[in-house]
Each structure stands twice: as structure tokens, then as C-alpha cells.
Design a protein around this ligand. Structure first.
Ligand code: ATP
Length: 357
């Protein structure tokens, strides 16, 4: 395993117009870490991964593996294993022949190759499947063959580009745990690309959230969820209400804001937020951090239920409070509660957070 560093990496495509697909990306991934590039379609995550793999060269910036500069090194000289979204297996070859492919290119001898193919198939729990044809396997098994093929060369970094997107929901959940286990057992640095925030949070040591070619925030899943840097991150990771509220005062780590319909509240904020009285602050509050109470409770925001949806685990509500539409997710709601009811909202101040616009 090896650490991977991207220093001010940018990529412009000849046919990409004026905008860079990837702009000024700085990321340091520690050896053995499972690191995810997360963001909506077109944000530049695949392009970033392909630059780490060597399929694209950056327009500017550097990529290092450990202390070695690999910015312009071809893919086959980088010791990376890659798993693609569509697996890119050879349908006419057997499972063992598919897995052995990287060894053949590297001119590894037959006995050694056989041994390593069996070892890799064991790692992905496909021992005994070597003679099968690819089209005799389920989607989930094909995905494991693709993983074995990447692992067989004992890569220093394992690069995975949306490897679960062809699997159904249940298999996706099972397989994401498997991928994490395999990466740790193989002892490689894992770099994973997905647009699925739940998947990213469940699997990763750290996540880089990308938007329009730029990194918005890098952090552990809990950090990104509870302390989103920007309104985009707050909305993209899980769900969030991002309120624009007047700033009444503040300290180094809090901002005092006025609430819709009156009242004020001190909200935790990142150091150096720089917000002053008279400006507006963007405040993120997650649906599960708003409590439902009666209109008479002191300090509760009065509101009216405009949408109500029972999902089993929680009841999702939309409540209109002084013209702001607040999303809520309540585990317990009073029996008989309905659209049109007047309710009180209790905001969990400690779980609110000031974000950048
Ligand atoms: P998705 O989840 O849809 O795969 P992504 O986040 O991986 O999206 P990229 O594939 O990295 O996004 O694309 C980033 C931007 O670069 C997009 O605007 C895309 O159209 C553009 N782009 C990607 N590859 C090329 C190319 N070969 N030539 C020109 N533009 C490209």
C-alpha cells in the first residue's frame, strides 16, 4: 500500500469548452485508507480517478505515489488495479483466464500465475469458479471476478469506479461491505468513485465531496454529515434544511441568528466564519434534528403541516413556518396527526451548523 497525493490537479479536455472537468484538486490519501470521491453526475470524479490510474494525464498539477512523481507515467507502470462500472470482463474467456490477464501481460510464469489466480478467487469468495464462463455467472459474481482481476497483480492502489451500479439494491448493500473487507485484507489503498452518498458514508474512511470539478469538502463521514462546509454538501449528503437567517451577533465559534417568526438562537459555526451583524448566515438543520411539539411550548416555532408521508422508519413532514418550508423526519408522531394541523417545532441548536453559501 502507498499514499497517493494530488497537488493542484486540473484537467481540461480539448472538446470540453472553457470549463475544466477537474479544477485545482488537492487530495492526500493515506496508505491503506479507503477514500471516496463523491458527487453528482459530471462533477469530475471519474476524470480524477482516471488521472490516478494514468488513463488521462492532468493538464496541470502533480500526482505522487509515495515520493514518486507518476503524473505522466503510463497506466501499466503504476501498480494500480482498476475495477470498472461495467466490469470490462472478456466474455469468451473463463473466469481464471480473465483473472490471469494482468499476470500474462506482466509475463508471470504459469505455475505462479495459477497459484495467484486461485488466491485472488479465494479473496473474493469464488474459489472453485475458475473454469466457469463469464456468462454463466450472476451480476454479483461477475463483479467479484472484476475485483479478483484487479487484486491478482497485488496492486498498491485499488481504484474502483462505481463498481456496484449494476447490482440490485440488496446486493449493493451486501457487496459494499465485502469490498471494504477485501480492500483491508489485501492491504491496499482504496480509491472509490460513487454518486451514492449512503454508499460513500457506509464504506469510507474519508470522503471528498466534489461539485463542478472542485472539491467542496474532505472529511470523515461523520464530519461531513454533521459539519458540512457548504450548503451544497449539506443538501447532497442526506437531506437538510438550509435556512438564510439574519445575523444578530456572534463569537469565534457561534453565530446568533434571528428565527423565522421571531426569536433568536446561537448556532455553532466553523472558526473564522467572519459573519457580522447585519449580514445573513446560511444555517443547516437536518430533518431528524427538529422535534415536533405543541404550539404552546415556550420557544417552539409555530407552523402548519403541509405534507406528511409515513415511510415505516420515520414520518416525513413538511411544515410551513413563517413562509419557510422545513423538512422533518420524526420517529414518533402523535396518532391522528394530519396535513393542516398547527404544530410547534423545536430546533436542536447543538445539531445546527453554519455553512458557506
Ligand atoms: P458520472 O457520475 O456521470 O460518471 P463524473 O463525476 O464521473 O460523472 P466525469 O466523467 O469526470 O464526471 O466528467 C466531468 C466533466 O468532464 C463532464 O462535464 C464531462 O462531460 C467532461 N468530460 C469527461 N470526459 C470527457 C472527454 N473525454 N472529453 C470531453 N469532456 C469530457
Amino acid at each position: 500500500m502507498i499514499d497517493v497525493t494530488l497537488e493542484s490537479v486540473s484537467k481540461r479536455f480539448a472538446r470540453g469548452g472553457d470549463t475544466a472537468a477537474v479544477a485545482d484538486v488537492d487530495i492526500t490519501i493515506a496508505a491503506g485508507e479507503f477514500f471516496t470521491l463523491l458527487g453528482p453526475s459530471g462533477c469530475g470524479k471519474t476524470t480524477t480517478l482516471r488521472m490516478v490510474a494514468g488513463f488521462y494525464f492532468p493538464t496541470s498539477g502533480r500526482i505522487r505515489f509515495g515520493t514518486e512523481d507518476v503524473t505522466r507515467r503510463p497506466p501499466n507502470k503504476r501498480d494500480t488495479g482498476m475495477v470498472f462500472q461495467n466490469y470490462a470482463l472478456f466474455p469468451h474467456l473463463s473466469v481464471a483466464q480473465n483473472v490471469a490477464y494482468g499476470l500474462k501481460i506482466r509475463k508471470v510464469g504459469r505455475a505462479e500465475s495459477q497459484r495467484r489466480v486461485e488466491e485472488a478467487l479465494g479473496q473474493v469468495h469464488l474459489a472453485g469458479y475458475g473454469d466457469r464462463r463469464i456468462d454463466e455467472l450472476s451480476g454479483g459474481q461477475q463483479q467479484r471476478v472484476a475485483l479478483a482481476r484487479a487484486l491478482v497483480i497485488r496492486p498498491k492502489t485499488l481504484l474502483l469506479d462505481e463498481p456496484l451500479s449494476n447490482l440490485d439494491a440488496k446486493l449493493r448493500e451486501e457487496t459494499r461491505t465485502e469490498i471494504r473487507r477485501i480492500q483491508q485484507e489485501a492491504g491496499t489503498t482504496g480509491i472509490y468513485v460513487t454518486h451514492d452518498q449512503a454508499e460513500a458514508m457506509a464504506m469510507s474512511d474519508r470522503i471528498a465531496v466534489m461539485q463542478a470539478g472542485r472539491v467542496q469538502q474532505i472529511g470523515a463521514p461523520q464530519e461531513i454529515y454533521h459539519r458540512p462546509a457548504t450548503s451544497f454538501v449539506a443538501r447532497f449528503i442526506g437531506r437538510s434544511n438550509v435556512l438564510t437567517l439574519p445575523v444578530l451577533g456572534g463569537t469565534e465559534r457561534t453565530v446568533t441568528v434571528g428565527l423565522p417568526g421571531g426569536g433568536e438562537i446561537d448556532v455553532p459555526a466553523p472558526a473564522g466564519h467572519g459573519l457580522r451583524q447585519g449580514e445573513t448566515a446560511q444555517v443547516s438543520v437536518r430533518p431528524e434534528h427538529i422535534g415536533l411539539t405543541s404550539t404552546t411550548e415556550a420557544g417552539a416555532l409555530p407552523g402548519q403541516i403541509v405534507e406528511l408521508e409515513f415511510t415505516g422508519m420515520a414520518t416525513n413532514l413538511v411544515v410551513d413556518t413563517a413562509g419557510e418550508r422545513m423538512q422533518m423526519a420524526a420517529v414518533d408522531v402523535p396518532a391522528g396527526i394530519a396535513v393542516g394541523d398547527q404544530v410547534g417545532l423545536r430546533l436542536n441548536r447543538d445539531r445546527m451548523w453554519v455553512v458557506r453559501p
